[in-house]
Design a binder for this molecule. Structure first.
Ligand code: AMP
Length: 139
């Protein structure tokens, strides 16, 4: 049996699907953090962003790009937080890549994405240089 999101893709469990194409689906989150909270997924099951092939990543971002303004406008939001929990340690509960589009409203009491990673590290310039070089070498 696939993930709960695969079951949605297969029509085995209900969802409020708001967009669908050959490779991606968007549907309302069942436990919304705000009205209009929407999830965008690839139809095929990949656990993490790291596993998504380039062509599917392109399609996924194209759907996110279309959905963000539609979601914001539908609920008259002032802004939105658009994010992936990429891996269990980052808070991912469903092991099927999904992008959260969370509408945001002035004074909604929420915070920016800067708050998600715990205490900020104090990194020296040479450490930052090493990290930047390491990342660059892997691309
Ligand atoms: P994450 O913690 O990033 O894995 O988020 C998983 C999200 O999936 C949560 O926001 C859940 O509310 C949502 N979710 C779980 N099951 C369903 C479902 N059957 N239909 C819609 N959303 C779901």
């Amino acid at each position: 049996m696939g993930t709960i999101f695969t079951q949605i893709v297969e029509g085995e469990i209900p969802a409020r699907i708001v967009y669908e194409d050959e490779t991606t689906v968007a549907f309302l989150d069942a436990n919304p953090l705000a009205p209009g909270h929407t999830l965008v997924i690839p139809k095929a099951e990949y656990e993490r962003l790291n596993d998504v092939p380039d062509d599917v990543a392109t399609d996924l971002y194209a759907t996110i790009h279309r959905m963000v303004p539609a979601v914001e406008e539908a609920v008259d939001a002032d802004a939105s937080t658009v994010a992936f929990n990429n891996g269990e340690e980052a808070g991912q509960e469903v092991p099927h890549v999904h992008c959260h589009i969370v509408p945001r409203f002035e004074g909604d009491g929420g915070g920016p994405i800067h708050g998600v990673a715990g205490e900020a590290p104090d990194l020296a310039d040479d450490e930052l240089d090493d990290i930047a070089a390491d990342i660059e070498s892997r691309i």
